[in-house]
Design a protein around this ligand. Structure first.
Ligand code: ADP
Ligand code: MG
Length: 763
């Protein structure tokens, strides 16, 4: 029996799904696969696991729930534990490198990638009695593959052992892809549609589509706040920097304490605003050292911000800002909250709390708020209609961030957020012609847009050779499968059977790589690192390279309007100088940005031992993202224990301190990095004709590519410009930039050419 607080019981009873408990349980009892479709906020994620628990599904195995986003896995496990008055030992979560699962866990929330790894270890998922694939409409790569795999696992479990049940939960979008796909399920599974008690939302289009949607959003929010009755405002922008920028403007315009009454103060307030507006111009991309990022949705996609393609505010628009700011003094305050995926969890959780008395809630979000989290009290939605997406060139691996129109389906999801508490309004900052003519009806499934190296390796490890025959809800493009297969052969993870039939089997090295919870390249580095005593260093380095945006180019905003006004150019220079002193000269400098990462995480661990808040202070001073430092630590611990399992005599300690590498080790680390980045090599371009010399100053040629590339200015090797280098990422903005740069010696290249490893031999 489950005990719930009175208040919880009352809230539950108001959710649209509450009346469907019987229907859900009966459908699950009678069918192997059931689809539950309902609008965001109807109670699917929080209630369905509880229904199953009370129907006894946790007695003989766990109830597993997958989420494409880490944010959702963590916050939903906490919410369900709270609602059921159970501890986190019973309702737990597991994400790639963090979790609180115990032997007593009954309901386990996890990211979809985690379940895919578990299938590798236990194909029949014997510890589960039910799997719920949540947010299936998001069409994340891993969820798509899980649907395909589970469609094969269920019939086997039906014959052997207690049957496994599958629930696919989705917003009411495009469920035909699952229901009517006879390659997946021979007879179409029943669909339970939750009647959403959605209130009508009036959609208002702009007559014209402004070029600067951040400014337009600001204007719109000011208008709503001044003219319309109470109710929260939710604003959709495309990235973290835009979100922070708009938050700052709104906080200044509608502050909590109107301390400014003399004209002088008003002026200085305006000065600050102008400065804040102007310093937008100088923003330079943040450091991003993620490799092929086949990781859960919330770690990359449009949600992350490299500061590229940033909104710029034009001088002409300044007037409107000023008038807005001026008249904004002493008005009803706005409780402004940002929401994006790399925000620390405690700040993300703020959006669920009631706003302070007398203020209006205003959440400025990226598309995290589109479907996975339901924010209470929202009555007005302001939608810029765009999203930031990472676009890959499948051949060259060069990626770019594009800010582009969302799909009509996403726009409607966003609008729907306004109709949860009562009739609402959605202000679209674009014209209806844009909606009709420029937006696709649905967004493309993630699997069709991204490199699938990681996925392909996982599938080969499951002995699925002909990946093109796999029952994907929507299959990846053949050319993407082929490109990924070629890269994996080059890394030595797949056999080169010489037939070019794209049905290669996995190698021993590939199996080791696949068993590690990092991308194939980093998996290879770890697999080779047991030699020469490199393993402990490699674990630190791979952990630091895997977690995105560990090094910031300037400190994250504190969320405090008063302290965030200063321009950040000096901060950036200071940080850059600091990092250069970290690497010094010689071997250490040649290890380049990898050395910076090692120093950063090593020093952060030392710092965190010297008292409360010492880590925060350290991170603020050295421009590290604190949440990332903690993630690196967790990932390091997880990698350590996985390696100890894999290599029983490795005896890798969970040592919190990093022994700095010796010059010899630095050299070996460079080789180790090269082993995982064999195809990401660049050579400095020789002197050409006089005319080109200037243009191509310090330009590099990437292996197999014609266009020149440049070391990104944030790299510590920017000025020394070595002859040969490897890079973690090639990124296109106004030109192609290489990030995460390490110098290599040309004589190493033949050694590391496809698969041969004379210096280092695989495990
Ligand atoms: P769905 O999965 O159908 O989108 P959810 O089960 O996520 O719906 O949400 C149901 C309700 O629970 C929503 O009204 C949401 O606001 C509320 N809710 C979810 N998480 C929390 C939380 N951490 N704190 C307070 N309320 C929450
Ligand atoms: Mg949900």
């Amino acid at each position: 029996p489950v005990h719930r607080a009175e208040e919880v019981q009352q809230q539950r009873s108001k959710l649209p799904i509450f009346g469907e408990e019987q229907a859900v349980i009966e459908a699950v009892r009678e069918n192997p696969v059931v689809i539950v479709a309902g609008e965001t906020g109807s109670g699917k994620t929080t209630q369905v696991p509880q229904f199953l628990y009370e129907a006894g599904y946790a007695l003989k195995g766990m109830i597993g729930v997958t989420e494409p986003r880490r944010v959702a896995a963590i916050s939903m496990s906490q919410r369900v534990a709270y609602e059921m008055s159970l501890s986190k030992d019973i309702v737990s979560y597991q994400i790639r490198y963090d979790g609180n699962v115990t032997p007593d866990t009954k309901i386990k929330f996890m990211t979809d990638g985690v379940l895919l790894k578990e299938i590798q270890k236990d194909f029949l998922l014997k510890s589960y009695s039910v799997i719920i694939l949540d947010e299936a409409h998001e069409r994340s790569v891993f969820t798509d593959v899980l649907i395909g795999l589970l469609s094969r696992i269920l019939p086997i479990r039906a014959k052997r052992g207690p049957p496994l049940k599958l629930l696919i939960m989705s917003a009411t979008l495009r469920i035909e892809d699952f229901v009517e796909n006879t390659r997946l399920f021979r007879s179409p599974p029943p669909v339970i549609t939750v009647d959403s008690r959605q209130f009508p939302v009036t959609v208002h289009f702009n007559k014209q589509t402004p070029s600067d949607y951040v400014e337009e959003a600001f204007r719109k929010v000011c208008k709503i706040h001044r003219r319309l009755p109470e109710g929260g405002i939710l604003i959709f922008l495309t990235g973290q920097q835009e979100v922070n920028h708009l938050c700052r403007l709104l906080k200044r315009t509608f502050p909590f304490h109107a301390t400014l009454d003399s004209e002088d103060n008003v002026d200085s307030q305006l000065d600050k605003t102008i400065k804040a507006v102007k310093h937008k111009r100088h923003k330079v991309p943040l450091v991003h050292l993620e490799d092929f990022p086949l990781v859960p949705l919330d770690e990359q996609t449009g949600d992350e911000d490299l500061g590229l393609g940033d909104d710029e505010l034009l001088d002409d628009d300044m007037d409107s800002f000023l008038s807005n700011c001026q008249s904004g003094l002493k008005e009803q305050p706005i409780h402004v909250l940002p929401l994006y995926s790399i925000l620390p969890s405690h700040r993300q959780a703020e959006v669920f709390k009631d706003p302070p008395e007398g203020s209006r809630l205003c959440v400025v979000a990226t598309n995290v708020a589109e479907t996975s989290l339901t924010i209470p009290h929202i009555k007005y939605v302001v939608d810029c209609g765009k999203q930031k997406m990472r676009v890959y060139d499948q051949v060259t691996g060069v990626s770019t961030f594009h800010v582009d129109w969302t799909s009509q389906a996403s726009a409607n999801q966003r609008a729907g957020r306004a109709g949860r508490v009562g009739p609402g309004h959605c202000y679209r900052l674009y014209s209806s012609a844009v909606f009709k003519d420029e937006m696709q009806i649905y967004s493309e499934a993630e699997i069709q847009r991204k490199p699938i190296d990681d996925l392909l390796l996982q599938m080969k490890a499951l002995n699925i050779r002909k990946v093109c025959n796999f029952p994907f809800p929507s299959p990846p493009k053949q050319e993407n499968i082929e490109a990924a297969e070629r890269r994996l052969i080059l890394l030595g993870a797949l056999e080169d059977n010489g037939k070019g039939d794209f049905a290669s089997g996995i190698t021993g090295l590939g199996m080791t790589m696949a068993s590690l919870p990092v991308s194939p390249r980093f998996g290879k580095m770890l697999s080779l690192s047991h030699q020469q005593g490199l393993l402990p260093l490699a674990v630190w380095l791979v952990a630091a390279m895997t977690v995105p945006e560990l090094l910031l180019e300037r400190p994250l905003t504190t969320g405090n309007a008063q302290t965030s006004a200063g321009p950040d150019k000096d901060d950036r220079k200071r940080l850059q100088a600091l990092r250069c002193t970290w690497v010094g000269q010689g071997d250490s400098l040649l290890l380049g940005d990898a050395m910076v990462l090692l120093k950063a995480v090593g020093a952060a661990e030392h710092a965190s031992c010297s008292g409360p808040r010492s880590l925060s202070k350290f991170c603020a001073k050295y421009g590290l993202r604190e949440k990332a430092v903690i993630e690196v630590r967790k990932l390091r611990r997880q990698l350590t224990s996985e390696i100890n399992l894999l290599l029983p005599n490795a005896n890798l300690p969970l040592d919190p301190f990093l022994q700095p590498p010796t010059p010899d080790q630095m050299r070996l680390l460079r080789q180790l990095l090269l082993s995982g980045l064999v195809d990401q090599v660049a050579k400095k371009m020789g002197p050409g004709p006089e005319r080109e010399k200037k243009q191509l100053k310090r330009a590099y040629q990437m292996l197999g590519m014609e266009d020149p590339a440049w070391i990104h200015p944030s790299s510590v090797l920017f000025t020394s410009s070595p002859e040969f280098l490897i890079f973690l990422e090639a990124f296109q903005s106004n030109k192609v930039y290489l990030r995460g740069v390490v110098a290599i010696e040309p004589e190493w290249l033949p050694t590391f050419a496809p698969k041969q490893c004379n210096i280092l031999t695989p495990l």
